[in-house]
Design a protein around this ligand. Structure first.
Ligand SMILES: Nc1nc2c(ncn2[C@@H]2O[C@H](COP(=O)(O)OP(=O)(O)O)[C@@H](OP(=O)(O)OP(=O)(O)O)[C@H]2O)c(=O)[nH]1
Ligand SMILES: [Mn+2]
Length: 208
């Protein structure tokens, strides 16, 4: 099986090979692999995660969604637990974009704790990246809409990692997106209404 370090580097090497032709959407064309590495770093350094399955899944989280990688390949090389987390954080690109985005909001609350960690770190890195530099062709309104959508996904991931949720909360507040504080009573607060500018109501806590 090898050491934890070996397993982690195996995942980093696999992801680097799969993403080798891809660039991020920023005007600098940052190598895509910077993103999964940053997501794994956020989990290890900011969330204090030591679970190698989570860190491997973070490195691999966009391989199936964005390259020719099959889930079976992930399972054969990294095992069933890693495959399962990657599967939970992979959008079905065959679906229309609006449906994919809706499903992320709907499915967040019932995700496994491991998948919730990867999703929180993924959103945190994408939002920090948006603040740093918007992707080519994105208007300020599109950026703001991504923040609004991300806040709805993150609302369904609460109770998972206080440091990541606090970092995300600050980013949402900077954008004028208030939301209820973490915790079991998060859906009872009314003082923070209006975050969605009259769009849909907050979602995703039903019965979880
Ligand atoms: N902020 C930012 N995002 C970039 C950049 N380059 C690529 N992305 C990716 O773009 C996706 C968000 O763009 P959208 O237009 O909303 O989604 P889409 O790619 O699925 O169509 C994210 O994918 P994802 O990882 O699948 O996350 P998510 O859509 O599930 O949040 C993000 O990782 C960049 O330079 N900055
Ligand atoms: Mn990602």
């Amino acid at each position: 099986m090898g050491s934890d370090a070996a397993r982690l580097l195996d995942a980093a090497d696999f992801a680097a090979g799969k993403h080798k032709e891809q660039r991020r959407k920023d005007p600098e064309g940052t190598p895509f692999i910077n993103h999964p590495i940053a997501v794994a770093r956020i989990l290890a350094s900011e969330a204090g995660v030591t679970d190698i399955v989570v860190l491997q899944a973070a490195l691999l989280h966009d391989t199936v969604e964005d390259t020719d990688t099959a889930f079976s390949e992930i399972e054969e090389r990294f095992g069933e637990e890693v495959r399962r987390v990657v599967e939970e954080v992979t959008d079905d690109k065959a679906l229309p974009k609006a449906e994919r985005k809706r499903l992320q909001i709907e499915r967040a609350p019932a995700s496994s704790p491991r998948a919730k960690l990867v999703k929180l770190a993924d959103k945190l890195h994408n939002l920090r990246d948006l603040n740093r530099c918007a992707p080519q062709g994105w208007s300020p309104q599109r950026v703001q809409e991504y923040f609004q959508w991300a806040a709805r996904v993150v609302a369904g991931l609460r109770g998972t990692s206080p440091p990541l949720e606090a970092a995300l909360q600050r980013l949402f507040e900077e954008r004028g997106l208030a939301s209820a504080p973490p915790g079991p009573d998060a859906d009872t607060g009314t003082e923070t209404g209006g975050a969605w500018e009259g769009r849909a109501p907050r979602v995703g806590r039903g019965g979880q």
